[in-house]
Design a binder for this molecule. Structure first.
Ligand code: SF4
Length: 355
């Protein structure tokens, strides 16, 4: 193992020397961010190699307007709001779901639990707060299919599902960003496959390397990026062979395509990303909570001076936000990046304050 670490570190040194400036690598996935901090990887990297935490935490990238919609829906007596746990602590303009403290807000672990709520409460409309990337979307799609089969008219989905590739392209299109390479997400890549990143490579010619979450896998992923830069061998590479195939999971992709379509929906900090958000197809409109309740999706400014948007784009590190550690802590979060266990602000607070 030591030999592998030394080899990766040597490649990092070579790439940094060759570039002659700071090398910026974005880890797209929140799970990578946590692994990097928890395992103390950052302090072992060359000083001129900077890791940027990207838009890979589903709760964090969910637009402020979407959060506000969930709070407004939860105020309705005819609604049961079924949501994953982290979402209830994200502040909206009139407080968080947790602060609302209503019994019709139910924390669920899966879309299946939300379906059960609909079956058991036919006099209410269940709104499933569906956030996440390609990893969680198939389960939402299956739930919609199940609701259609059962003619479960009181089940709806508030789709905030997102697609990773459009976000990576949006980041590279923005000239403010100085991203040299991507450490691509592991879980998402299981679904979309490593070949999916070829379109990023074709358009922007940056290294895209898929790695697992163990510390050695992360270090070797960064090492492979550096090898590509040092050797002028820029390409898509996966070193997560145990889980990621070039073609991904066609069954999961098919079910996403059956129920959802991409549109230019809002992301926190990134605005409307072309083709970056998923909504239910017209034939499943009866299960679309946005349509059922006549809600438009528009990008909304962040609240209370929170800089999550800049953090998610890799433009600042969390300690550069004036509220970090002062008024914003995991116990008193101002933005989602401090709420979510996969958020960059939370990771910096827990593990990374010394660097
Ligand atoms: Fe937002 Fe808090 Fe992070 Fe600042 S420290 S960007 S206020 S979540």
């Amino acid at each position: 193992m030591l030999r592998r670490i030394l080899k990766a570190q040597n490649l990092m040194d070579c790439a940094c020397r060759k570039l002659g400036r700071q090398l910026n690598i974005m880890e797209v996935c929140g799970t990578h961010t946590v692994s990097i901090f928890r395992n103390g990887i950052r302090p072992t990297l060359p000083k001129s190699l900077k890791l940027l935490s990207g838009p890979g935490c589903p709760v964090c990238v969910t637009d402020q307007g979407y959060i506000d919609v969930t709070v407004e829906l939860a105020k309705r007596d005819d609604v049961i709001l079924a949501t994953y746990g982290d979402m209830i602590r994200v502040p909206g303009k009139s407080g968080s779901l947790e602060q609302l403290n209503r019994s019709n807000v139910k924390v669920v672990m899966s879309s299946d639990e939300a379906l059960n709520l609909a079956r058991e409460n036919k006099d209410k409309t269940v709104v499933f707060v569906a956030v996440g990337f390609e990893t969680t979307t198939p389960a939402t799609a299956v739930a919609v299919g199940q609701a259609a089969d059962e003619n479960l008219e009181n089940f709806t989905v508030l789709s905030g599902h997102k697609l990773v590739i459009p976000a990576m392209k949006a980041l590279l299109t923005d000239k403010n960003n100085k991203i040299d390479a991507f450490l691509c997400p592991g879980h998402v890549s299981v679904i979309i496959g490593s070949d999916a990143y070829k379109t990023v490579l074709d358009d922007f010619d940056v290294p895209c390397v898929v790695a697992g979450f163990e510390p050695m896998q992360v270090i070797e992923g960064i090492g492979e990026i550096c090898r590509q830069i040092y050797k002028d061998d820029i390409k898509v590479e996966s070193i997560y062979h145990a889980a990621v195939k070039p073609e991904g999971n066609p069954t999961a992709q098919k079910i996403i395509d059956q129920y959802f379509e991409a549109f230019d929906g809002p992301w926190r900090g990134l605005g409307n990303i072309p083709g970056g958000t998923l909504r239910l197809k017209e034939e499943y409109a009866q299960f679309d909570a946005f349509k059922r309740f006549g809600i438009d999706q528009v990008p909304t400014e962040e609240l209370n001076g929170c800089k999550c948007g800049e953090v998610l784009c890799g433009l600042i590190d969390p300690p550069q936000c004036p509220k970090f550690e002062n008024t914003c802590t995991p116990d008193t979060p101002i933005g989602p990046c401090m709420v979510s266990s996969e958020g960059a602000c939370s990771a910096w607070y827990k593990y990374g304050r010394r660097r």
